[in-house]
Design a binder for this molecule. Structure first.
Ligand SMILES: Cc1cc2nc3c(=O)[nH]c(=O)nc-3n(C[C@H](O)[C@H](O)[C@H](O)COP(=O)(O)OP(=O)(O)OC[C@H]3O[C@@H](n4cnc5c(N)ncnc54)[C@H](O)[C@@H]3O)c2cc1C
Length: 216
């Protein structure tokens, strides 16, 4: 099966890593990608320092054995998760040894290290503009400068700027828009409160829609 993954960020690269075990995968990324560790426009949050938490680190290590050591050798800071300074409504939590590894690193470093290890084809400078449908079934993607690229399966990993709902509508799909969820995976339906009061909020008239004002 030929799979097109839209977006070469972390989600796109990991989808490609897993799918390429059984399929012919191509990742389409609109940015020009460098072999060096560099910031890029498509990931504006890349300038913000990132932390690779324990479970994420374990999962990445499973997909890319030796990745943690490689990142540390390249400058990532390895710490004990209990070293993190955490402020909660009761005050600062005490630091404690947990034995659980936490990596502090730049987003470009993490992404570049993963990209070097993904064996799927990664094509940069390709801006996906829509879906191609045939007889009501997605059979590829449409791109700004490269026409249609055929696929048996399209994975949308274009992040927060995803236009998937618009693409489906433009393509004439009569299917309902994809459901979106802010629930954490595995969290039972209905267990997330509809409105949350932020314990951090000290503003009397907080502009956040979900905040009822917190501490007053
Ligand atoms: C300030 C900030 C700090 C953060 N800190 C952390 C942290 O410490 N630890 C952590 O784990 N997470 C952190 N995150 C969250 C993390 O950065 C995101 O969850 C993660 O980047 C999402 O990955 P993604 O691959 O889904 O999307 P993205 O990283 O947004 O990647 C989407 C990719 O798709 C490409 N793309 C978009 N549209 C198209 C198109 N039409 N055609 C082709 N390509 C397209 C983009 O160029 C981009 O490369 C932080 C986020 C922010 C905003």
């Amino acid at each position: 099966m030929r799979v097109v993954v839209v977006g070469g960020g972390i989600a796109g690269l990991l989808a490609a890593r897993v799918l390429s075990e059984a399929h012919d995968v191509v990742v389409l990324e609109r940015d020009e990608l460098s072999d060096e560790v560099e910031y890029r426009a498509g990931v504006p949050q890349g300038r913000h320092v990132h932390g690779l938490l324990v479970r994420g680190g374990e999962l990445l290590e499973g997909l890319f054995p030796g990745l943690r050591d490689e990142l540390v050798a390249a400058g990532a800071v390895l710490a004990d998760a209990g070293d993190m300074r955490i402020l909660n409504p009761l005050g600062w939590l005490a630091r404690t040894r947990t034995g659980l590894p936490l990596l502090s690193l730049s987003r470009p470093l993490l992404e570049t290290a993963i990209r070097r290890r993904v064996t799927a084809e990664i094509v940069d400078g390709v801006h996906v503009t829509g879906l191609s449908l045939r007889d009501g079934t997605v059979d590829g993607v449409l791109t700004r400068d490269h026409g249609k690229i055929g696929a048996d399966l399209v994975v949308d990993a274009s992040g927060r700027s995803s236009k998937l709902a618009n693409w489906l509508a433009e393509a004439g799909s009569r299917r309902r828009s994809p459901r979106s969820s802010t629930r954490a995976p595995g969290t039972p339906r209905g267990s997330t409160p509809r409105r949350r009061t932020s314990p951090w909020c000290t503003r009397k008239a907080c502009p956040r829609r979900t905040c009822r004002g917190g501490a007053r």
